[in-house]
Design a protein around this ligand. Structure first.
Ligand code: NI
Length: 229
């Protein structure tokens, strides 16, 4: 009996170690190993883990937890904006930066695809990039960048402190990475797509690997539920 327990414990340990190694290798660029590990673990143990996106059509935040809210930033046309300027509108928000070599362009392209896939509902949603690299992402740089993804996409920047504030409200992680072999720095950052409701609060969180059709469906459901109430 003891031997069985010992073997099961060993097997479990080996599985966890294997998952950790797999998470290390398979994690998305910019994703922490811990986060990737939690995702793999959730994949094995079912959906009980509190991992964003685990619910399929995006993670609905548990009651009592609110993400989003007030911010004070500058739009790509140089105009100062706050959350009040977006009251009553649905937003699909991504936090990233224009120098990002791969993940950000992929996710912004995905946002544009989701709006297309939503049909008429897509017109009610404003796509938005909020930079976590305000030092380089000036309004002009953002204007050029966001226009490549969607004609209605907005790009918001701000002071270092303003960006830190909005990132805190959206639980966004970011940090500067300087590689010895590169002259320009990179930004390590968490990568989720946020559906923000007309009240300025996050309704759904989407993991980077969520399918476009799945996101489109989940967002349309939210829009319809809101119209009905
Ligand atoms: Ni990025």
């Amino acid at each position: 009996m003891l031997r069985v327990i010992r073997y099961s414990a060993f097997a479990l340990l080996a599985m966890v170690a294997g998952l950790w190694a797999y998470a290390w290798v398979a994690r998305a660029p910019g994703q922490g190993v811990g986060e990737a590990f939690a995702q793999r673990l959730a994949g094995v143990f079912g959906q009980q883990m509190p991992v964003p996106g685990a619910g399929g059509g995006g993670l609905q935040l548990p009651g009592g937890i609110s993400i989003g809210g007030a911010f004070s930033l500058t739009r790509q046309d140089g105009v100062a904006v706050t959350e009040r300027d977006y009251a009553g509108r649905w937003l699909l928000v991504y936090f990233g930066f224009t120098y990002c070599p791969d993940v950000c362009p992929t996710e912004l392209g995905r946002i544009a695809d989701v709006l297309d896939a939503m049909g008429p509902g897509g017109d009610r949603v404003t796509p938005m990039l909020i930079t976590i690299d305000p030092e380089r992402d000036t309004p002009a740089a953002l204007a050029d960048y966001v226009s490549r993804f969607h004609p209605r996409m907005q790009g918001l920047t701000g002071t270092t402190e303003q960006i830190a504030q909005v990132a805190r409200r959206y639980r966004v992680f970011y940090s500067r990475v300087q590689r010895p072999d590169m002259s320009a720095y990179l930004m390590d950052h968490s990568s989720f797509i946020y559906l923000v409701g007309p009240d300025g609060l996050v309704r759904l969180l989407f993991r980077p690997d969520t399918a476009v059709e799945e996101m489109a469906r989940a967002i349309n459901v939210q829009l319809r539920a809101n119209t009905a109430s």
